[in-house]
Design a protein around this ligand. Structure first.
Ligand code: NAD
Length: 369
């Protein structure tokens, strides 16, 4: 049975990087027997003009039942023409919630091959291999009440609500503990329990889940401000980092500095399996639509390509192919393939397409030993 993939390239550099990711999927179809039905759909301004929503209702309904969804990027100046309520209704946040993808995995790798592109010293970044597990369906980005109200003094007041219930913390904690168990067995949970009540609850619940069900995983806790500092100072100390929606969003971008560029980072967002064992899943590079470089053909497609690797691993049960793709990306980097964001000093940089070519060539070489 072919598996089905819905592709939403989105805005800005989204379509540019997704084009290269699709070439990689085609390669696995032609060379490794990957049987995938790919359905590409509009998301963003094009869909709004055609359907009056950021994504057509018919497509939206299928995102949950598809085997996987591959997303490019959203946002940027083009979105200005879309009314705010339409934008909110079809936003990536709303879709992540509708799909129930609460566990956002953001691997951060320090590639020795990219030591010259990292802001960190080679001995600090090389060998880093950690995953940020970010809670994606709750917290400050969804809490109610929210809004901006006019005040009698003529000013305005912005309001957002940070709220987490026990069950929300439990399910993301279990996802993070399970992941850590399959890796180096270390989980560090991030919170702001010295100031926030949600942080205190977060710490209590994570500790309890660890003691009850994962005594073999070494659990530690860290305050988010210290965590930001430690990620810049010594990222190699971490195996799995667990964080709420906003802290995970911010901390994982530091991974861009470790890996050399935001364009290097992939992500997987996973729901809980349903009664039939089906699990909704959304794969996307961590970066946004990058309006400053959109249309120039210079965006780094590796975050999108490595997101295909995560899809092979987490949704398609093809661990060997996922590992092959990750080795091929390393091989391409070792061979000097660089887009401008990770450019080596005094070396020419490749276009987005050129990086796609380099990965395809490296895949063929890696597969043949
Ligand atoms: P961004 O991630 O789009 O870009 C930040 C910086 O990183 C820019 O200088 C950009 O050129 C660079 N960059 C990002 N991806 C790159 C790549 N693949 N190759 C080379 N360089 C890359 O973040 P931003 O500029 O803060 O936001 C732009 C828009 O994207 C906003 O509308 C924001 O809301 C949206 N956004 C969307 C997502 C998403 O779709 N998941 C994530 C973050 C931001």
């Amino acid at each position: 049975m072919p598996r089905d993939l819905i592709v939403l390239p989105g805005e800005g550099i989204g379509p540019e990087v997704i084009r290269q990711a699709l070439r990689v999927i085609d390669w696995f179809g032609a060379r490794r027997g990957l049987d995938l039905t790919v359905r590409e759909e509009a998301y963003g301004v094009a869909a709004y003009r055609r359907h009056g929503g950021i994504v057509a209702d018919a497509v939206r309904a299928d995102l949950v039942s598809a085997d996987a969804v591959l997303f490019g990027a959203t946002g940027g100046p083009a979105f200005e023409e879309i009314p705010p309520e339409v934008r909110r209704a079809g936003s990536l946040l709303a879709i992540r919630r509708e799909m129930g993808v609460f566990a956002n995995l953001r691997p951060i790798v320090g590639y020795a091959e990219l030591a010259d592109a990292s802001a960190l010293k080679p001995e600090v970044m090389a060998g880093v291999d950690l995953v940020v597990v970010r809670e994606l369906n709750g917290g400050l980005y969804f809490g109610e009440p929210r809004g901006i109200a006019d005040l009698p003094d003529g000013g305005r007041r912005g309001l957002n609500t940070l709220t987490y219930a026990t069950w929300e913390i439990e399910r993301i904690a279990r996802a993070a503990f399970t992941l850590a168990r399959g890796r180096a067995g270390r989980l560090c949970s991030v919170d702001k329990s010295n100031v926030l009540e949600t942080g205190r609850l977060w710490r209590d619940v994570v500790s309890r889940i660890g003691a009850e069900a994962y005594p073999d995983v070494r659990l530690s806790h860290i305050l988010v401000d210290n965590c930001a500092m430690q990620l810049a100072r010594e990222p190699g100390q971490f195996d799995v980092l667990l964080a709420d929606n906003m802290f995970g969003d911010i901390l994982s971008d530091i991974g861009g500095a470790v890996s050399g560029s935001l364009g290097m980072l992939p992500s997987a967002s996973l729901a809980a399996p349903d009664a039939d064992g089906h699990r909704a899943a959304l794969y996307e590079p961590v970066h946004g639509s990058a309006p400053d470089i959109a249309g120039k053909g210079i965006a780094n497609p590796l975050g999108a390509i490595l997101s295909v690797g995560l899809m092979l691993r987490h949704s398609l049960g093809r661990e060997e192919d996922a590992a092959l793709l990750e080795r091929a990306v390393r091989r391409a980097l070792a061979g000097g393939a660089r887009t401008p964001d990770i450019r080596a000093p005094n070396r020419p940089a490749l276009s987005t397409e050129g990086m796609g070519d380099a990965v395809i060539a490296a895949l063929a070489e890696t597969a043949s030993g």
